[in-house]
Design a protein around this ligand. Structure first.
Ligand code: M6R
Length: 619
């Protein structure tokens, strides 16, 4: 039985005049793929057109540095090339299933990110026409379709367009062909951006891939397709009209250094340590967009957050801040579950807030579409300008954390919390639920936040020195909290799970007695998070419960308040804030650092956790 092997991936294409870029084509592709590796790292492949106009494909299972020699990047020269880094969602990664995929004649190469849902029927049809398939992937139908339409007399571009018109599913596709200098591309749902240079143009899944060479970008929208050469770009809308690239082009503010490790051991370490700066930039940039979203939310009957992973944890904190401070009933929903909860009860009096750092998470995008269909107003919070979720929402707020390369979200989480805290305070002020001084207190908290994030890094060092050994030795741990502290506990536990592979379970502290406490035995690490004195007072009894069962208890809490619970084995103090939502920011930083150091001490690469991809664009 033929099974489709789909993938979440990074794709890159470059068309260049000789000498226009400082490196040879192979080295450019290597560098771009390296910067895309966080999107997937099961296998790597490239295709390029050699001096004789022939198509050459090289691919292998493994991480890019493991296969660098085998692929021979540094020997490759040429003027047009494609690259792909793959994270398999079904089946094992293998050389055959690695991209690029080619047609029967080996003259057309395609890289793809997404899922072709109707690939089985297309494949059957093509096989009946005599096409021979080499892999089990859904992607391989694309080069064969193009080949088929060329056989029927179409030009390469017409054949590409015809092939794309037959695809159902999600895709970002790039294709090259023997003797050609164009890179053909098409997008539906999976991200795709064009990088505009002088004497060269790129097509990629993400801006960081080519940021070293250009910061002028064009985001390709759903249904659009076209091609790039070294000196031109053709972009067609879904209705076939030509889109003006100059009008669409934007300059991104991210610096090329932001996507380099710059002396740090890993991107995760760099991104944890650059949180003070990321917070300062984000807070400084929160203005008109927040005011407009706040006006919408101030009139709302209910607010529903939809998000995944760390963005969901930020949503717990945001929903609680809106409920408690602004008195707008708000709930967080895991976006992949949203379809079961959202229904006809939703109306244009409700606001859905879609939180996604990448702006491309498919589950969150689908939840946005459902909410819009049901009539709700949608506000997006994202870190990536022009990405799908903000584009499809009625309003968008942006964090300004800079590109995040580490698979584990760190600076994008804390900047989301900062933006949501400010949004909640602005809504509270508009609704008359917060006095001027209460509003000013949140603004002052946010103003101080970059400094307290720096001080929290010191608290993190203290947590690492006290708790690293116990986490390195442990297979499981509890992270407990209440209210805002639960959002922090969940985020801390997720970091520990995803990079250090310790089964860290986050639980509402009060719920721990209803079952999970049975797991506790002497030496079991239990970490408590509290964002306010109210939370701390309630968590204090849970510390005692765990301690009396032999757990190693660690409390992370605001300075001065933490003094009240001296019974924990280790007490880690972080700078104190008045707003419990803002308090979450310095509280989570030590937890990020503990997860990072545990991963390193256990010998794992925290930038490339096993089985994970940075952006999940398949359901
Ligand atoms: O780009 P998004 O914020 O939508 O991503 C959501 C999750 O995939 C993401 O937070 C994931 O859980 C991270 N690996 C967490 O560190």
């Amino acid at each position: 039985m033929v099974r489709g092997l789909s993938a979440v991936c990074g794709i890159i294409g470059v068309a260049v005049e000789r000498g226009a870029l400082p490196e040879k084509l192979g080295d450019v592709l290597y560098g771009c793929l390296k910067r895309l590796e966080y999107r997937g790292y099961d296998s790597v492949g490239i295709a390029f057109i050699d001096d004789l106009g022939r198509l050459v494909v090289r691919k292998s299972v493994g991480k890019i540095d493991e296969v660098r020699e085998k692929i021979g990047f540094s020997e490759i020269d040429g003027v047009v090339g494609l690259g792909h880094t793959r994270w398999a969602t079904h089946g094992r990664p293998s050389d055959e299933n690695a991209h690029p995929h080619t047609d029967c004649s080996g003259t057309i190469a395609v890289v793809h990110n997404g899922i072709i849902e109707n690939f089985s029927e297309l494949r059957k049809w093509l096989e009946n026409l005599g096409h021979r398939f080499r892999s089990e992937t859904d992607t391989e139908v694309i080069p064969h379709l193009i080949e088929e339409f060329i056989r029927r007399g179409m030009s390469i571009y017409s054949a590409f367009k015809r092939a794309v018109s037959l695809l159902r599913g999600t895709y970002a596709i790039a294709a090259i062909y023997a003797g050609g200098r164009r890179i053909l591309f098409a997008r539906n749902t999976s991200p795709l951006v064009i990088g505009l240079g002088k004497g060269y143009n790129f097509i990629a899944s993400d801006i960081p891939a080519f940021l070293r060479y250009t910061n002028r970008v064009v985001v390709v929208h759903d249904g659009e397709l076209g091609y790039v050469t070294s000196s031109s770009v053709r972009l067609e809308a879904a209705d076939g009209k030509v889109v003006s690239v100059e009008t669409r082009a934007r300059v991104v503010e991210w610096s090329p250094e932001a996507v380099e490790k710059g002396g740090y051991r890993h991107f995760m370490e760099k991104e944890i340590l650059e949180q003070p700066q990321a917070l300062a930039q984000t807070i400084a940039g929160l203005g008109e967009e927040v005011r407009r979203a706040a006006e919408l939310i101030a009139r709302a009957e209910r607010v529903i957050f939809v998000a995944a992973g760390s963005s969901y944890h930020a949503s717990i904190i945001g929903a609680l801040a809106l409920t408690r401070l602004a008195k707008v009933p708000s709930v967080p929903l895991v976006s992949s579950e949203a379809r079961w909860w959202l229904g006809r009860w939703l109306s244009d009096r409700d606001v859905v807030i879609a939180v996604s750092q990448s702006g491309e998470t498919i589950d969150t995008l689908i939840a946005v579409r459902i909410a819009k269909d049901l009539g709700a107003k949608v506000v997006a919070l994202s870190n990536v300008l022009g990405s799908a979720i903000p584009r499809e929402s009625h309003l968008a707020i942006y964090t300004r954390a800079g590109p995040e390369i580490g698979v584990a979200a760190t600076k994008t989480f804390t900047t989301q919390v900062a933006a949501l805290s400010y949004l909640a305070a602005t809504v509270a002020k508009l609704r008359g639920e917060a006095s001027r001084s209460e509003y000013e207190a949140v603004v002052e908290d946010l103003r101080r936040c970059p400094i307290s994030a720096s001080l929290a890094i010191e608290s993190g060092r203290s947590l690492v020195s006290k708790a690293l050994d116990v986490f390195v030795r442990s297979r499981s741990a509890f992270y407990l909290g209440r209210g805002f502290g639960l959002g922090v506990a969940k985020e801390g536990a997720l970091k520990m799970k995803e990079v250090a592979y310790v089964h860290a379970e986050a639980y509402p502290a009060g719920e721990s007695k209803h079952g999970p406490i049975a797991l506790v035995e002497p030496g079991f690490p239990t970490l408590f998070c509290a964002c306010s004195s109210e939370e701390l007072e309630m968590v204090a009894s849970n510390v005692e419960e765990m301690k009396s069962r032999g757990a190693v208890t660690i409390l992370v809490a605001p300075r001065k308040l933490a003094e009240r619970v001296r019974s924990a084995d280790h007490v880690i103090e972080v700078p104190k804030h008045l707003s419990p939502a803002v308090q979450a920011i310095p509280l989570v930083i030590p937890l990020q650092m503990l997860a990072y150091e545990t991963a390193v001490a256990r010998g794992y690469d925290p930038d490339k956790p096993r089985n994970l991809a940075k952006t999940v664009t398949v359901i």
